[in-house]
Design a protein around this ligand. Structure first.
Ligand code: ADP
Length: 170
């Protein structure tokens, strides 16, 4: 599997699947989630509502992942995953790792060959970027998958530098 780092906007990526840093309601939020729904159009939200009315009545649990259409995005699918809110008193790393693993599992179910990830939990959910980058890269490297390209799409130079550093260390 090829691991790539790019600085940019995840909604512009031409890949089979883009991963959304969603919240458990699946009904929209800020950050990556807001950008995906704005640019992808109402079809994505419609499928999210259907998921809430069926499999995920109580919301999508933290660390889990589920796919919908990508609407008008250049990708074919959006894989929604819910990252943990960072906590200073409790180690939630395993839940963050689970987001990457479960997203790749869903990507495999779909037959996706290329997947773009944002730096899950490092925005509104407050995870420190360097630690988030380490968990992201080490988890993806260790997860057996049929996905051929994993692209981390980092928003801004600081996020990109943190991932570059974590890639070099790993
Ligand atoms: P979370 O709630 O999981 O923290 P956010 O969407 O708030 O999710 O942020 C996750 C990361 O994605 C942050 O580092 C943020 O700067 C970044 N980000 C925000 N918008 C985009 C975008 N359009 N493309 C890629 N990354 C983005």
């Amino acid at each position: 599997m090829e691991l790539k780092l790019v600085q940019g906007d995840i909604t512009e990526q031409e890949v089979d699947a883009v991963v959304n840093a969603a919240n458990s309601s699946l009904l929209g939020g800020g950050g990556v989630d807001g950008a995906i729904h704005r640019r992808g159009g109402p079809e994505i939200l419609q499928e999210c509502r259907a998921l809430r009315a069926s499999r995920y009545g109580g919301g999508l649990p933290t660390g889990h992942a589920v796919a919908t259409t990508a609407g008008r995005l250049p990708a074919r699918w959006v894989i929604h995953t819910v990252g943990p809110v960072h906590s200073a008193s409790e180690d939630r790393s395993e839940l963050l790792a689970s987001c990457y693993r479960e997203s790749l599992r869903v990507a495999d179910e779909l037959g996706a060959r290329s997947v773009a990830f944002p730096a899950i939990s490092t925005g509104i959910y407050g995870w420190p970027m360097d630690d988030g980058a380490r968990i992201a890269l080490s988890t993806v490297r260790r997860t057996p998958t049929g996905v051929l390209e994993v692209r981390f799409v980092l928003f801004g130079a600081e996020a990109y530098a943190a991932f570059e550093e974590a890639l070099r260390e790993g």
